[in-house]
Design a protein around this ligand. Structure first.
Ligand SMILES: NC(=O)C1=CN([C@@H]2O[C@H](COP(=O)(O)OP(=O)(O)OC[C@H]3O[C@@H](n4cnc5c(N)ncnc54)[C@H](O)[C@@H]3O)[C@@H](O)[C@H]2O)C=CC1
Ligand SMILES: O=C(O)/C=C/C=C(\O)C(=O)O
Length: 480
């Protein structure tokens, strides 16, 4: 059976201690490969390689670094089908989603930052006759990039690409639950001829391989996406070491539907924002607030759409809902469904595990689930479920819905549906949310700042924000 390897100093190598972990296919519940169970020794070797590669990599002109990144992007596009199949097998997501969203975005991440680095100019502040102040942005050094399982290659490359573009060298760890495409990426980096040590990929668990990355004194900054609790633990370790931190954490996002919206489009997109990737995207709109006058109509149309979301083997082109990522995660989501019943919710759709026939008999499938009748401040409406579970709640006034929308510890993304753009802007400005979409969802322009307020994170990714994160500003003043 396939044994994935670490990518250290330009080579594929086994873990120092020789231990491996089983890697399961969520659609079948069966082991299909093994991944290195790396430890602090592997992280130390990766960091030493990254430190050795740093001087030459940071000296390389941005154009030359960019050319290598663009070449990686081209190879991802060349291997799109193979990578999409691998992502679907590893994560349980429909292959059609991996083919149209995950893998194309991974290619775009490299292409975008490969070229963005060439446009990253330093600032000058000229004081006529007095002084010239200019800013140099030095690469931060060796950085750690740690990513989750929900959008595996998409989020892994979203961190690595800007770090490399900025002239940093990298020690990266994908989720131990979905390591496969990161391993395939290391093969592409070798094919491209990325200089040894510039990117190092260490596989393994959070405590085993992730924590040593956070603790290593040679690693100057950490870019992390994952659960809020993990983010908290990372901050506790990294802050006293004065490491730069970028944390993209959870969300409990409101989807606000006003009566004057384009209802057909609102329902169509709300189905996607509720259930895309089985609801396992931190940007999913799991709390849908609907203005009372159209509540019943929205509910009817939405539930009709939910009935069409075929839960099936993610390898099938017809599959619209694949498997959840693991048995443990499925059980966590089922606990929230039980809680929704206990908190007085009325089940409108789903709520049950799905047992499929054939090769998927033991897969982790769940019906897309909709509740109504829950209090806006109950646990189900405040805690991140990260699964295919949404709640519907009617509202009467803008003030009321704003209070409810802002009534969680999270503040990542929000969506507003209305034809009244004055209202859209007014509401958007009052939402405690790092990202607001008006009449759309998951519209991504890679130049925009991406990240959350409150417990949804610290810092912003994307565009210049990412390049700023991976560099350290030095201010130089010349007296005139
Ligand atoms: N972007 C998001 O908003 C995501 C949110 N989640 C939420 O988090 C919950 C837990 O999911 P998990 O898979 O356990 O996410 P997690 O936050 O534990 O895992 C994310 C990454 O962090 C690593 N990690 C874990 N502990 C670490 C540590 N102490 N130091 C360094 N790295 C560490 C993991 O190995 C993985 O690569 C989910 O149920 C979901 O609610 C999960 C994935 C993504
Ligand atoms: O950058 C994006 O387009 C999406 C990011 C999504 C996450 O960070 C997530 O779901 O964890």
């Amino acid at each position: 059976m396939l044994h994935l390897q670490n990518y250290l100093n330009g080579q594929l190598v086994p873990p120092a201690a020789g231990r491996y972990l089983p890697n399961l296919e969520p659609a079948t519940g069966e082991v299909f490969s093994y991944l290195p169970d790396s430890d602090a020794e592997d992280v130390a070797r990766a960091t030493a390689a990254a430190e050795a590669a740093l001087p030459a990599w940071r000296r390389l002109p941005a154009e030359d670094r960019g050319r290598l990144l663009v070449r990686i992007s081209e190879l991802i596009e060349r291997d799109l089908e193979r990578l999409a199949q691998a992502e679907s097998q590893d994560n349980g997501k429909p292959v059609s989603l991996a083919r149209t969203v995950d893998i194309p975005r991974a290619a775009s991440n490299f292409a975008f930052f490969g070229t963005a680095a060439q446009h990253f100019a330093s600032e000058t502040h000229f004081q006529e006759g007095v002084a010239l102040n200019y800013t140099v942005r030095h690469p931060l050094g060796v950085v750690g990039c740690i990513s989750p399982w929900n959008l595996p290659l998409y989020l892994f490359t979203w961190k690595i690409a800007p770090a490399l573009a900025a002239g940093c060298t990298v020690v990266a760890k994908p989720s131990e639950i979905t390591p496969y495409t990161a391993f395939l990426l290391s093969e592409l980096c070798i094919e491209v001829g990325l200089p040894a040590g510039v990117l190092n990929i260490v596989h393994g668990t959070g405590p085993g391989a992730g924590q040593p990355i956070i603790e290593h004194p040679g690693i100057k900054g950490i870019s992390f996406t994952g659960g809020t609790k993990t983010g908290e633990q990372i901050a506790r370790t990294a802050a006293p070491m004065f490491k730069k931190l970028s944390l993209e954490l959870g969300g409990k996002n409101p989807n606000i539907v006003f009566a004057d919206c384009d209802l057909a489009e609102t329902v169509r997109t709300s189905l996607r924002s509720s259930f895309a990737n089985q609801g396992q995207i931190c940007l999913c709109g799991s709390r849908i607030f609907i203005e009372r006058s159209i509540y019943e109509q929205f509910k009817t149309d939405f539930l009709a759409g939910v009935a069409d979301l075929t839960v099936a083997d993610p390898q099938l082109e017809t599959s619209r809902q694949g498997a959840l990522v693991s048995e443990a995660h499925l059980q966590k989501v089922l606990c929230y469904i039980a809680l929704a019943h206990a908190e007085g919710g009325t089940l409108l759709a789903g709520g049950q595990r799905v047992m499929l026939d054939g090769r998927c008999t033991n897969g982790y499938f769940l019906q897309p689930t909709v509740f109504e009748g829950l209090a806006p401040d109950c646990r189900v409406n405040r805690e991140e479920i990260f699964g295919p579970v949404v709640t519907l709640t009617p509202f009467d006034t803008e003030e009321e819905v704003l209070t409810w929308a802002n009534g969680t510890d999270y503040g990542l993304a929000a969506t507003i549906w209305t034809r009244d753009l004055n209202r859209a802007h007014r509401v958007a400005h009052q939402l405690h949310s790092g990202i607001v979409w008006i009449n759309t969802w998951l519209h991504r322009d890679l130049r925009t700042p991406f990240g959350g307020m409150k417990n949804s994170g610290v810092g912003r990714e994307g565009g210049l924000e990412a390049l700023r994160f991976f560099t350290e500003a030095q201010s130089i003043t010349v007296k005139l």
